[in-house]
Design a protein around this ligand. Structure first.
Ligand code: ADP
Length: 217
């Protein structure tokens, strides 16, 4: 799986790059041509993302994915991640932080990947005018980060299954493209770093994903 993903990802990335450069310089393209190239570009990007997810899963399964644990100040990391997320979307992202500094031991690169994935879902499964909120909570010896949206929500019977590979709640309501792999990778990464993930959600009200880690003293 790892080799195939690698072999496919490189040419697809090149294809995607060429399409985007044609689109950028395409003053003389007809409307239909622009539309076709835009679709081709977004499908290529989606497939590159799928291959990246498959590569991550293959590495996680074979134990080849190494974590680099370090002390992380969550207050700073959350601000950084929100700054990154704002480059990809225009959505209002609110931050609700503890006033005291909260530190954990984890792999900062992988933790950012986890939070960006949860923010990406929060944006994907809610309306553009609703906000996404990141909260940092410290309770006893645990630090929890919550990613909250006011979107479509997840029906109770499916809430236990969303962390399974390729599981998507309902293809018909999933306007936004996806592969159903994101949350399974998120869960494996969080647990690999000694943390925990859970979800609380109500249909048409919104969802809150909580990841928690033991704090550093
Ligand atoms: P996908 O690529 O489909 O987004 P994920 O593994 O990230 O895959 O999520 C699995 C499914 O869980 C999604 O297809 C969606 O149905 C549901 N889901 C995930 N996050 C949310 C959210 N914030 N609000 C509502 N549904 C969600």
């Amino acid at each position: 799986m790892s080799n195939v993903s690698h072999e496919l990802r490189t040419p697809l990335t090149i294809i995607s790059g060429y399409i985007q450069s044609i689109l950028r310089r395409g003053d003389n393209l007809s409307e239909i041509q622009t539309e076709a190239l835009t679709t081709a570009s977004s499908e290529a990007d989606r497939t590159v993302q799928l291959l990246q997810d498959l590569l991550d899963l293959a590495r996680l399964d074979s134990g080849r994915l190494q974590f680099q644990p370090e002390n992380i100040l969550l207050n700073d990391l959350i601000k950084e991640v929100v700054g990154m997320a704002k480059q990809y979307s225009n959505r209002a992202i609110k931050i609700d932080l503890e006033s005291e500094i909260v530190a954990i031991k984890a792999d900062s690169h992988r933790l950012k990947q986890v939070l960006l994935n949860l923010i990406d879902n929060a944006v994907k499964y809610s309306e553009p005018e609703t906000p996404v909120t990141l909260k940092l909570i410290r309770k006893n010896n645990f630090a929890a980060i919550q990613v909250c949206d006011r979107g479509v929500g997840i029906p109770l019977p499916q809430q236990g299954r969303i962390f399974e590979r390729f599981f998507r709640v309902d293809e018909s309501r999933n306007r936004a493209g996806g592969t159903g792999l994101g949350l399974s990778i998120v869960k494996t990464l969080v647990e690999g770093m000694g943390g925990n993930i859970s979800v609380r959600s109500q249909l048409n009200e919104g969802s809150t994903f909580t990841i928690s880690f033991p704090t550093q003293q």
